[in-house]
Design a protein around this ligand. Structure first.
Ligand SMILES: *Cc1c(COP(=O)(O)O)cnc(C)c1O
Length: 733
């Protein structure tokens, strides 16, 4: 509003009140946008928050709640006027409202029977956005993507998890490349969550009896589009001091911490839903952490419906789906009998089971009293539908757990598979989305799991796709330079070193990315098995390559930390310096930058230990190519022309032999296929064969490895069946 030149007889009071209302409205709309994580998969909303204060936005980990908390409505109004944001705010707000009220969803047509009895989806971590640090890695991001897609498809689903005030650790590397760990407290007031309340508006809390006292938890509510996420938090008055810390760290502490966290998640989670008046029709246990939950469901059935344990168990199992994620026996949670009795004893009494019968629920062999209580085994026993997360992982899981079903053939072990996928709007770069908007059918975002949609990638001008990819690659390189120079500054390195970091990497050079947990089976250092051979590829004058690495090692994983050190210290080797970058503190933000900008995403786990992997699926959406061992999702995705395979999907019983062969295969693939293909240019300077692969990758993989397809599969193959609506085939597809 322009100021009149001549003072008008407007009373200052009414003027300021008018402005207050106006500002309040604007502020109110932004506040509502910030408090539904829907904004996080709508790039135009992120852009809007960013524009309000780009520097603070970055400093605050892209957290709009924290950003708005720093401003008064008046300041915001001034900024909005200055930047002409009003129509953008109104538009975003209107779209959120339309989204929330839309009833014409996929589920309305395909999953109506779920109706008023929602799916309760339990997970120990949820990775929704970097500003909500209650995840550590793949499992959490998968849960986040699951919830977002359930929202998009309109599947009635409720998430249940834990609130970790200190989340997972932040990583920084010391001068010698050794990983340091720091747990930072998140301010609750900076998160888009509020206390969950019951019908009368009273905050919910739950209490869980153990043999040595009560454990209390309060419950937070977070909105993710149409989905509500309930997070239990033990930091409440009434808990003993050590219990107030129980949920402060994700995967921190010892076995005792772990079983207590899992008790809160499973049993506490079911109690929280009960207190909220929510009566789920389906329980989905994402990994074994929450597998105590169905015991509480059984308990309610016995108390409220007068059922016997056996009948209630059958009922609860019919409603429960269990997803296992771990292909190594040692990776499954196991607890000694005394810890189980200490924590589940009172519930066991209530269920009327002897200690031996109760422990049998978590044992493969009920009579083996020395067998530890396994969360995966109780997961199987508490659910009628179980699944692995890729085709190969299904085969491995059926073999691994065959002894749990001694009267069945391995092929008939009732563990199917639904391959993981990723939430396309969350991982797709804005520029790429614009390209798809231009060439794809107008309703493509509602039909992400539809293969026909993605065929339109072949209509895109090759040069336009290539340019878009290169713009994204530029973004990545600026990000890497910014982060690496900041890392150098923090370590107190010389100005020259900091300056050199600003010139790191070259946008014309083939860029290979590797970002994931530094668990040893992922073999982050495989590429460096023959250091001279990789050095010669990097130093090659005509067809060079450069590398970007990122990833955390679990605080107790010493070999993983040595891998990080090995990679990080390459910067001191003149053959590698300037051509290799290690980005500290891998999280959703770092991952997003990497997967949107790399030419090639390298994945070389020791087969078959990668249950699925999802980061490579994110790369596909943005036009990067996967170069991977035929493990996890890539084992069923690779068709010969939609990326590159390392080896032929075989492994040797001796790990050293496997590693040696895979390293050789990796070098050969790079030298003979990847590098020549990237540098082969036509008269216009375009790598036609490479672009063909990009298009083939997008058209054959994007829909199949989307979490929209994944949640649609869970709905059709598991949820509807568990809800009693339809029968379906549990066999692996
Ligand atoms: C997608 C993602 C992962 C999972 O990647 P993998 O391929 O399973 O290693 C892990 N961490 C973060 C932060 C992610 O965004």
């Amino acid at each position: 509003m322009s100021q009149p030149d001549v003072p008008q007889p407007v009373s200052p009071r009414s003027h300021s009140r008018q402005e207050e209302n106006y500002a309040g409205d604007l502020y109110g709309k932004l506040w509502k946008l910030a408090n539904n994580l829907w904004w996080s998969w709508h790039p135009e909303c992120g852009q809007l928050f960013r524009d309000i204060d780009p520097i603070r936005w970055r400093q605050l980990d892209h957290n709009p709640v924290a950003l708005l908390r720093e401003m008064t409505p008046e300041q915001l109004s001034d900024r909005a006027t200055e930047l002409v944001l009003h129509s953008r705010i109104n538009y975003a707000y209107r779209r959120l409202q339309e989204y929330l009220s839309n009833t014409h969803t996929w589920a309305a047509n395909h999953a109506g029977v779920l109706g008023a009895k929602p799916v309760a989806y339990f997970s120990a971590e949820f990775g929704i956005h970097e500003s909500v640090p209650i995840y550590s890695g793949g499992l959490g991001v998968l849960s986040g993507d699951h919830v977002k897609s359930a929202s998009g498809l309109g599947v009635p689903l409720i998430g249940v998890g834990l609130y970790y005030s200190h989340g997972y650790f932040r990583q920084y590397l010391a001068d010698d490349g050794l990983q340091g760990e720091e747990y930072l407290e998140t301010q609750v007031s900076h998160l888009p969550m509020k206390p969950a309340v019951d019908g009368a508006g009273c905050p919910i809390s739950v209490s869980i009896e153990t043999r040595n006292g009560e454990l209390l938890a309060k419950v937070w509510q977070m909105d993710v589009g149409r989905v509500k996420l309930y997070l239990l938090d033990c930091n409440v008055e009434g808990n003993r001091p050590e219990d107030r810390e129980l949920t402060s760290r994700l995967y921190g502490g010892d076995q005792r911490t772990r079983i207590r966290q899992e008790l809160v998640l499973g049993v506490g989670g079911v109690k929280a839903l009960h207190a909220l008046g929510i009566d789920p029709g389906v329980y989905h246990l994402n990994e074994g952490h929450s597998a105590f939950g169905p015991l509480q469901v059984i308990n309610y059935r016995m108390k409220e419906d007068g059922m016997s344990f056996t009948d209630a168990h059958r009922e609860a199992a019919r409603m429960t789906c269990f997803t296992t994620h771990t292909p190594v026996p040692a990776g499954h949670d196991r607890f000694p009998a005394d810890l189980v009795e200490e924590h589940l004893g009172p519930l066991r009494d209530s269920l009327g089971l002897s200690e031996k019968d109760f422990l049998a629920l978590g044992r493969v062999n009920a009579d083996d009293l020395s067998e530890l209580f396994c969360m995966t085994v109780i997961g199987f026993n508490m659910s009628r539908y179980s699944n692995a997360v890729s085709n190969l992982h299904g085969v491995v899981s059926r073999r691994m757990w065959a002894h749990n079903w001694p009267d069945r053939d391995e092929d008939d072990v009732p563990i199917g598979h639904i391959t993981n996928g990723v939430h396309v709007p969350s991982w797709l770069a804005g520029q790429m989305m614009q390209l798809y908007d231009k060439y794809f059918p107008a309703d493509w975002k509602q039909r992400i799991q539809d293969p026909d949609v993605w065929q339109f990638i072949h209509q895109v001008e090759p040069g336009e796709l290539w340019e878009t990819h290169n713009a994204l690659k530029h973004n990545l390189l600026s990000f890497v330079r910014r982060r690496v120079s900041r890392q150098c500054r923090r370590r107190g390195e010389s100005d020259e070193v900091v300056e050199a970091a600003r010139r790191l990497l070259d946008p014309r050079v083939l860029t290979i990315g590797f970002g994931r947990r530094f668990a040893t089976y992922k073999r982050a250092n495989l590429l460096f098995s023959d250091i001279d051979r990789i050095a010669s590829l990097i130093e090659n004058a005509d067809q060079p390559v450069q590398l970007i690495y990122a990833g955390k090692a679990h605080p107790k994983d010493e070999p993983g930390k040595r891998f990080i050190q090995e990679v990080a210290n390459l910067r001191h080797d003149p053959r590698f310096s300037g051509h290799v970058a290690f980005i500290e503190d891998y999280d959703i933000n770092v991952c997003r930058h990497l997967i949107q900008g790399v030419d090639v995403w390298l994945n070389n786990p020791r087969r078959p230990l990668e249950a699925s992997g999802t980061s490579g699926q994110k790369v596909v959406l943005n036009g990067g190519l996967n170069c991977s061992i035929l493990d996890g999702w890539w084992g069923e995705a690779y068709n010969g022309i939609n990326g590159f395979s390392i080896g032929h999907g075989r492994s040797h019983v001796d790990d050293d032999v496997t590693d040696e062969r895979d390293a050789e295969a990796l070098y050969e693939t790079l030298e003979q296929k990847v590098i020549p293909c990237f540098y082969q240019r036509d008269a216009d300077g375009l790598p036609q064969a490479w672009i063909d692969r990009m298009m083939n990758s997008i058209s054959t993989l994007a829909w199949r490895f989307s979490s929209q397809r994944m949640v649609a599969d869970y709905t059709s193959h598991a949820y509807l069946w568990a809800a009693g609506g339809v029968t379906c085939d549990m066999r692996p597809r």
